[in-house]
Every structure is written in C-alpha cells, then in structure tokens.
Design a protein around this ligand. Structure first.
Ligand code: FEO
Ligand code: CA
Ligand code: CA
Ligand code: CA
Length: 577
C-alpha cells in the first residue's frame, strides 16, 4: 500500500454497514483503540478517574476535559502535541444524578467548569501504540479561568470593559469550544460556540421582557437562565445583571500556542463574534490568510476573513490575525454567490469594533443568506474549493435567537423541513480565495431512500448502504478525500430507519461517491479528526456516548460512559489519508 497506490485508490477500505452496538466499528484490516478519555489525569500526581464520584473540581482541573470535539496534532521539538477542545459536559453524567442533573454543591459546579476548555497533551507512539505522556512540560489545561488577551478591532472598546478588566483587553477563559482550526505558523484555533448558555441574570428572572437582557444579548441567545451549569453561583461574572459586558467577551476564535505552555491564548475579535463552529485556514495564492467560518445556529451565516498582510516566514502573525476584512456570504439561486464585507459603510453600524462584537446584526444588515446551521468548513487541498456541512434545520422559521432574519428554503438550503442536512461547496472565482465572487453547488443532500422517494431520499450519491443524517464534522485528508462526521438522530427508526449510530464516512469530491468508514458507540456524536505527522494514524473524537443514559463505552460493564479520542490504524501499518 504505497502512497502512489493510495493516490490511485482514494477509498482504500471496504465500506461498512450501520451499527447500533455500544462500540466503535471500523472496516476489516483497521483497528480502533482508545487514546485518552474524559477524566484521565495528565500528570502522575493527579487522581485516576473515579467512576463512583466522577471526580472533583480539583481532580478535573488536572485531567483531560469532557466531550472532546475539534482537535489537531502539532509537531514541536521532536514532540507530538495533541490539542483538543473539551466542548461541554453532560451534567447528569458528570454529577451522576440522572435525570436530575442539578449540582449538589459548589464543587459540582466548579467540576463542570473545569471539564470545559482545551486540553494540550503530549502523545507518543511506543511499541506500535499511541499513549499520552503524563508530566510532559507541554501538558496544559486551558479552562474558563485561564487568562487570555483580547486582540483586534474590538479590544479595548467600551463594550468589552468590565469591573475586573477596565481596559477591556484581558478576558478570563474559554468555554464551549466546538470545532477548531490551525495556522501554518503552528498555532491552534479553538472556536467558542454556545457561549451564551453559561450566563444568567439575578434580576427579573420571571419577567417576560427582562430588562437585564438587551436585544443584543437576545440575538446571541443570552437569557435570564443558563442551561443548568450554574456558573453564576460561583463566579459573579456570569451574572449579566451585574456584568452586562461579560457576554461580549465570548464568542470568538481563540489562538493558542501549544509550543509555549505559559503563553496567554489570544481571542481574535477580527474574526467576528458568533457561535463559531470551526476556522478553516487557507493561504491564498498571494500569501494572504483566509479563514472560513460557520455560525452554527438556524438562520445564521457563513463568514470569511481575509488578512491585510501576507504570510511568510518571520512575519508578525498577530498582525495577520488582527487586521483584515470580515465578510459574510450571500448565495443566489443561480449557483453564484458573493462575499459582502462587514464595514461601517456597508452595515451602518457605528464602528468596526461594534461590527466585530455584534457580528450577527452586522451580517443581517447587509442581507446575508440565512443557512441551515453551518457546522464545519473544510478546504480541498487539491483545488480552490470549500465545503461546509449544513447540519439540519428541524424547524424552519422558528428561531432560537431573537431578532434574526426570515429563513426561507432557498439556494443551498432547499428543503422546507430539513432533518437530514446537506453539504454545500463553493469555488472562489479564478481560484482566488480573496475575490468577492464564487459559484456553489450541493455535494450531497442527505436523506433516507428507504423511507422517502422525494427530495428527502437525498441526492443521487446517497443510497441504502451509505445513508446518514446531520453531517457536522468535516475534514480533508492530504490525499484529497473528504471525511464526514455525523451528529444526528440515532433513533434508527422512522425517518432515520437503517441509519444506526452516529458515524464517519469518506467522500470522493470528484465522483461524489461516499462510503461509510466508522460507526460510533450508542448515543455518541463522532466529531474531531486529525492525523499523525506520518499519516499512519487517524485520531477521531467520540463525544457524549450515552448522553441519554444508554452506553457504558469505552470500558463496558457498568462503567460510566466517557467521551474519548480513539486512534485508527491499519493492521498493515499503511497510510490513512
Ligand atoms: Fe458544537 Fe455546532 O457543534
Ligand atoms: Ca459540531
Ligand atoms: Ca451538531
Ligand atoms: Ca456536540
């Protein structure tokens, strides 16, 4: 299985069937093994995971976080460093009190907090198996309490100033980091997604029109109640009645330097504030840095950032990430589209800083196209072509974010009720990622041809053997194969009959053929994908197994289900992508 053979045969595996087993299934000739699980200590003086208590805030702060999501591998000084988002936590699993899911103590709340953020962990391959390197000087937990720099146009603006940070330039922590990105200069991009669900208000909680919740907060889903995490009880900055500007300091892309464990992560306001899914970075032909980003909410938008400066060895990369143009996508029915810059002139918002903070409102002002929940974006390494998962839109017209736009079925969002999702792709005019114009089509319209015969059967590259729903994670391998991960219904009945557990498939961008490669355990989502530097190991994230109480993966028996990263290798040691 040489690289030449790999290139001539993109699908170097046999497609597998669906599965409803509480296990990871891969094709014959491949092996899946657990690398690191929620609660595994990153230092040898930290406690092993305790299935009875599920740990404490103190043990969690020294352990791998919960709900693995976006991740990437970096090679530095001969060390392999894995950087992983820990998006959120299943509270009933974390606290062991299903279905109550209420914290019994302040330590419970703090434990939940410490399960969030980013884990940096050195990994090594010895005797043919990957493992984490405890006590590596690079190991690091970045949590909602880690000091970070606010950078770019919004840094220092009045809307960013708080009692604890009167200059508006230093924020504490990151949470709900969903997908990721990586830069060519060796940094990691963690994307803040559902940051709103952690804020609450100590005032007018019963009020239908609470005055502590501004229209600007409503557009981002901030309300008087949090989603059950309880953070305001132990840290007042999550109480918007007392600290109205705190939500303005979340919802960004955070740049992390894994080679320097003492560095402060940098929140990049130039990339806009929304529910960031991932940040796909491309170096344009002229050297400018281009970052494509989705805002994962029904009826929100797709964005593109273009740096002013060009990337070259030795340039100031802070400047590339602070000065540039943020644009939003408008799709036309005829297969064309355009990127519309978000500036004070185009949006009518008073300043560039306000645009970077109230990015959703700015995008609405220029008439951007509302989308069916943009999840991961991935760039084809073989040509100027970008793909984005539009995961689903179960209730078109019903918005979770007040003040958003109408969401008609149109263009790349063609179906009225959309519980299967689709993948849109676009090609920038003249292969130039900085031009306004592009052409688009749908790579796949997911569906179920065993249940439906209309548009809900899916596009012609969907059949009874490869069907899936709710594409979410998306990444190209170096060989030009598109890997698709799902976060959808695992009911395996009705509209979803025969689709089994969430899964990972591979698609040929040229022929459109799609084959199923991996199926996850019960009630999980498959999310996060990267490769070892030698491309012989694929790292895959298994998030929230047993989120409804029916999994004991990966340990089996009566064990607590634990989100984990697995390695996938070929038995013959060959390349995977
Ligand atoms: Fe965290 Fe949009 O998925
Ligand atoms: Ca996702
Ligand atoms: Ca999703
Ligand atoms: Ca998820």
């Amino acid at each position: 299985f040489s690289p030449a053979e790999a290139a001539s045969n993109r699908f170097a595996f046999e497609a597998i069937g669906t599965s409803v087993a509480d296990d990871v299934v891969v094709p014959p000739g491949f092996k899946a093994e657990v690398l690191v699980r929620w609660g595994d200590p990153l230092w040898s003086d930290a406690q092993e995971f305790d299935h009875a208590t599920r740990g404490t805030a103190a043990s969690q702060e020294r352990a791998f976080g919960d709900n693995t999501d976006g991740m990437d591998v970096f090679f530095h000084n001969g060390k392999t460093l894995l950087v992983v988002n820990n998006e959120y936590t299943n509270r009933d699993i974390l606290w062991g009190n299903n279905p109550d899911a209420k914290p019994a103590s302040d330590d419970d709340i703090a434990k939940g907090m410490m399960a969030h953020g980013v884990s940096v962990v050195e990994i090594a391959n010895t005797d043919g198996k990957w493992h984490i390197v405890k006590d590596s000087p690079y190991n690091r937990r970045i949590t909602p309490n880690t000091e970070m720099e606010l950078t770019g146009p919004a840094a220092g603006h009045d809307l960013m100033k708080t009692a604890a940070d009167p200059a508006g330039k230093k924020a504490l922590g990151t949470w709900n980091n969903c997908g990721n990105g990586a830069t060519p200069w060796g940094t990691y991009l963690a994307c803040e997604e559902n940051f709103n669900g952690y804020f609450s208000s100590s005032e007018d909680v019963q009020d239908d029109n609470p005055k502590s919740i501004t229209p600007e907060m409503k557009r981002y889903g901030v309300s008087t109640k949090d989603w059950g995490y309880g953070w305001a009880k132990i840290d007042e900055r999550f109480d918007v009645a007392k600290h109205a500007n705190e939500p303005n300091r979340a919802g960004y892309v955070v740049e992390i330097d894994p080679s320097d464990p003492n560095s402060n992560p940098k929140k990049r306001t130039a990339l806009g504030r929304f529910k960031h899914e991932n940040a796909e970075t491309v170096i344009n032909n002229d050297g400018r840095v281009v970052i494509y980003m989705g805002d994962d909410e029904r009826g929100e938008f797709l964005y593109r950032y273009v740096s002013n400066g060009v990337y070259a060895a030795g340039v100031d990369t802070d400047e590339l990430m602070e000065n540039g143009t943020l644009s939003v996508a408008k799709f036309n029915e005829n297969g064309t589209g355009a990127w519309i810059p978000l500036t004070p002139e185009t949006t009518g918002l008073g300043s560039q800083a306000e645009i970077q903070i109230h990015t959703r409102q700015a995008a609405s002002a220029v008439g951007a196209t509302t989308m069916d929940r943009p999840e991961w974006v991935a760039a084809n390494p073989k040509e100027a072509e970008i793909y984005c998962c539009l995961t689903n839109n179960k209730n078109r017209g019903v918005k979770t974010n007040a003040g958003g736009d109408e969401t008609p079925a149109m263009g790349p969002n063609p179906r009225e009720k959309n519980n299967y999702g689709q993948i849109v792709r676009w090609r920038p005019d003249a292969g130039d990622h900085t031009t306004p114009g592009f052409t688009w089509d749908l790579y796949v319209l997911a569906g179920n041809p065993t249940v439906h015969s209309d548009a809900y059967a899916g596009s012609s590259n969907v059949n009874a053997d490869n069907m899936f729903n709710s594409p979410d994670g998306l990444a190209f391998d170096a060989n030009g194969l598109l890997w698709i991960q799902t976060d959808g219904s695992y009911k395996n009945e009705g509209d979803f009959a025969g689709q089994g557990n969430n899964q990972m498939l591979a698609g040929d961008p040229v022929t459109g053929e799609i084959r199923r490669f991996l199926v996850g355990p019960k009630e999980c989502e498959v999310t996060g994908l990267c490769w070892s530097p030698d491309r012989r190991t694929m790292f895959v994230g298994i998030q929230h197994p047993g989120e409804r109480g029916d999994s004991h993966w990966p340990e089996g028996g009566d064990a607590v289900p634990r989100s984990a990263i697995i390695t996938v290798t070929r038995d013959d040691g060959g390349l995977l992508g």
